[in-house]
Design a protein around this ligand. Structure first.
Ligand SMILES: *Cc1c(COP(=O)(O)O)cnc(C)c1O
Length: 424
């Protein structure tokens, strides 16, 4: 990890060309890598030696971009995945298997809820969803003998619940399991969960990191702080021999790199959710301006939220950076410089008025996306969360009338003017 400030890291980290090499990280558009010795290739397969041999396992473009994200979060190792979904899937399945259990904040992205409530359940991993605002006692009560991880989002999409990172990390550590945080909305520019006790951070790089709605992608970063060997019986995958690699033990061989090495060597090898080097290249260009875009997203979001709050047709507005918001105090602790560009609101006319207003927007588009340069809206109850019943929606912090407004980095007066005409 370099000592540079976050703005410099956005631009400089992850890739340092040698004399005469390309200044910009090149796209290694190659599935495979040549060796002159068959014996060396064998050593690569045994993880005896590190080196590139097949892009499903590692690719230099992807590694450079993963190293940048690692540095931004202050971690020790990182990997890219094909999507945020793959990142959150791998992050759990790297340490949990059939018969295991996880604790998850109930206010999370709809896709993550599906993944943890239904898909991994079919694989034998059960999740207990807990209200992120619960008491310490309630949180502790959610743990079981077979609990392997705690998961939450820094700022929940779309509920905009700001997670009490210290409360969750403390509970996780008291039960001898890592705390995994999806830091997609805050980004490391506004919050670095490792500084608050998180052990693993995940990202949907599809959102602010890419920032231009160009590429779906994900990332997993390890802080290197969780002591797997101290709870060796809970995490045999990391602390006992892997027969598929001639009996290497990840924690012994790779130390602080154990978790990411295992995720790459086993899960990426077998499940293959790689990010294409082309996408990683574009993601890297997005990362270079992340520190410029985030403050503007936040500034515009607060202005739009203030405008909506004073509008007679608006029933409620949620923006954690706005004084008076339920999570304002939490943001002052964990992300005083800003939260994200996403706000939510409801109209006095309810669900029908929401749909009508969205249809009248001209510049602000209805899209199944969030957190990119262009302002956009979505109605989660009809779109991303439509598979949830009303009870599940409320538990996820999503009111049926909720409009998710991803405030972009256009001129804020133009954004407000569009909303104004749609509300007329
Ligand atoms: C979008 C999103 C995901 C899923 O990411 P994809 O890149 O769409 O697979 C996960 N977590 C959060 C917080 C998200 O916003």
């Amino acid at each position: 990890m370099s000592d540079y400030r976050i703005e410099t890291k956005c631009i400089q980290s992850g890739y340092e060309p040698e004399n005469g090499e390309p200044r910009v990280v090149p796209i290694y558009q190659s599935t495979t890598f040549r060796y002159t010795s068959s014996e060396q290739m064998g050593r690569l397969f045994d993880l005896e030696e590190s080196g590139y041999f097949y892009t499903r396992l590692q690719n230099p473009t992807n590694d450079a971009v993963a190293a940048k994200i690692c540095d931004l979060e202050g971690g020790v190792a990182a990997m890219l995945t094909s999507s945020g979904q793959a990142a959150n899937f791998y992050a759990i399945m790297n340490i949990a298997g059939a018969g295991d259990h996880i604790v998850c904040a109930s206010a999370v992205y709809g896709g993550t809820y599906n993944l943890y409530a239904h898909t991994i359940r079919k694989m034998g991993v059960e999740a207990t969803f807990i209200d992120p605002d619960c008491s310490v006692e309630e949180l502790n009560a959610a743990f079981r003998e077979n609990t392997k991880a705690v998961f939450g989002e820094t700022i929940a999409n779309p509920a905009l619940v700001v997670l009490d990172l210290e409360k969750f990390s403390k509970a996780a550590h008291e039960h001898g399991v890592p705390f995994i945080v999806d830091n997609t909305f805050a980004t490391p520019v506004n919050c670095r969960p490792f500084e608050w006790g998180a052990d693993i951070v995940t990202h949907s790089t599809t959102k602010y990191m890419d920032g231009h709605a160009a590429c779906v992608g994900g990332a997993i970063v390890d802080s290197g702080n969780f002591d797997w060997d101290a709870y060796a019986d809970k995490f045999p995958g990391l602390t006992t021999p892997d027969e598929t690699y001639h009996g290497i033990v990840y924690t012994e061989r790779f130390g602080k790199g154990a978790y990411i090495t295992k995720a790459t060597a086993q899960l990426m090898r077998d499940l293959g959710s790689i990010q294409s080097p082309q996408n990683a290249f574009l993601l890297n260009i997005g990362l270079e301006t992340l520190h410029l875009r985030m403050p503007r997203h936040c500034e515009n979001a607060v202005k739009v939220a203030e405008y909506l709050k004073n509008h007679e047709k608006v029933a409620w507005v949620s923006c954690p950076s706005l004084p008076g918001d339920k999570y304002y105090d939490m943001t002052q602790k964990y992300m005083p410089n800003g939260t994200c560009g996403v706000i939510t609101f409801g109209l006095k006319g309810g669900r029908d008025a929401a749909v009508e207003m969205m249809d009248k927007l001209k510049m602000v588009a209805i899209v199944t996306h969030v957190a990119d340069a262009r302002s956009c809206v979505l109605h989660p109850a009809s779109h991303t969360h439509r598979q949830m019943n009303d009870q599940e929606l409320l538990e996820a912090g999503v009111q049926p009338d909720l409009i998710r407004f991803s405030v972009g980095i256009e001129n804020v007066e133009d954004i407000i003017a569009d909303v104004e005409q749609a509300l007329q």
